[in-house]
Design a protein around this ligand. Structure first.
Ligand code: NAP
Length: 276
């Protein structure tokens, strides 16, 4: 294996990296030779410590791996993570927003009761965490954000009128949150289909993450912001039924995090830029 000296002090933070695709994103970033520090921001800290130990065995000794607590969707936890990272590194060079949840198909929780928890973690949690970490990313070198979204977030799942709203070149973060709030209200009122929304809470949460990617890309000129679909991967989220190994899925996030001259505001799928 070719070992490249990690760029002095560069820091990558990967959320939800104690297992699944996030674990392999952390591993591949560590192997890229572009980072001195890899931080696993995780909810299950016991599993995170096991992941740190496993990564240390596979990474060159100059790459320092550590973990930090994160409960995505809890603004206090986001604030505490930002403080921890500020004290530990003073900046972030790459943030991979990988953590997310999905109700299983067999879960008996009614559709409308799945709506708010899904939006709160996958969309609102990712947005608040990112906003709280932006000051550290603005201090990064060649700073990048990669949001792990999904093909489930494809634009075509909503009506043409809704597509125009989400894809508007001048969409603001406030307008995006208002659209997501409106979807949630329509789900709770049982009228989301007639209002042009899709019938997937998870899909809408990922569609909104892709839209947020494009808003940040326009708003943050010093940061490259992209998103990706890892593909249908064998992880706990899919009850290990996916078609792709999570290590291969991870490459779709690692590419925009490490490539030279990355685009910004794009959606990566199958190892390249794809249409939304
Ligand atoms: N697998 C697929 O086929 C597929 C397809 C498209 C997109 N994706 C996306 O890929 C990403 C990784 O998914 P995966 O398949 O690797 O799933 P996974 O194995 O279930 O891993 C999900 C990770 O997110 C963490 N997480 C979930 N909710 C959290 C919360 N509230 N706070 C902190 N951490 C939280 C989990 O932590 P715990 O260990 O504490 O539960 C775990 O580390 C997700 O964004 C997912 O939506 C996956």
């Amino acid at each position: 294996m070719l070992l490249i000296t990690p760029l002095e002090g560069r820091v990558a933070v990967v959320t939800g990296s104690n297992k699944g695709i996030g674990y392999f994103i952390a591993l591949q970033l560590g192997l890229s030779g572009l980072f001195q520090h890899i931080c696993l921001a995780c909810r299950d800290l016991q599993l995170a410590q096991e992941a740190v130990a496993s990564l240390k065995q596979q990474l060159p000794p100059e790459v320092q791996v550590s973990s930090a607590p994160l409960l995505l969707g809890d603004t206090t936890s986001h604030h505490e993570l930002a403080q921890t990272l500020e004290e530990r590194y003073g900046k972030i060079d790459v943030l991979v927003n990988n953590a997310a949840m999905a109700f299983k198909q067999a879960d008996p929780t009614p559709f409308l009761e799945q709506c708010s928890p899904t939006l709160n973690v996958n969309f609102r949690g990712t947005c608040d965490l990112t906003e709280q970490l932006l000051p550290l990313l603005r201090k990064g070198t060649d700073a990048r954000i990669v949001n792990v979204a999904s093909m489930s977030g494809r634009l075509g799942q909503v009506s043409p009128e809704r597509q125009a709203q989400f894809a508007a070149d001048d969409l603001t973060m406030e307008q995006l949150h208002a659209l997501v709030d409106e979807f949630e209200r329509d789900v709770l009122a049982g009228r989301h289909r007639e209002k042009g929304w899709s019938n997937s809470n998870y899909g809408m949460s990922k569609l909104a993450v892709i839209a947020a990617t494009k808003v940040w890309a326009r708003r943050e000129p010093s940061i490259n912001v992209n998103c990706c679909c890892p593909g249908y991967c064998k992880t706990d989220m899919t009850s290990q039924k996916g078609l792709r190994d999570p290590a291969d899925g991870a490459k779709n996030a690692v590419l925009p995090a490490t490539m030279e001259h990355p685009p910004t505001g794009e959606f990566f799928s199958d190892y390249g830029v794809a249409s939304w």
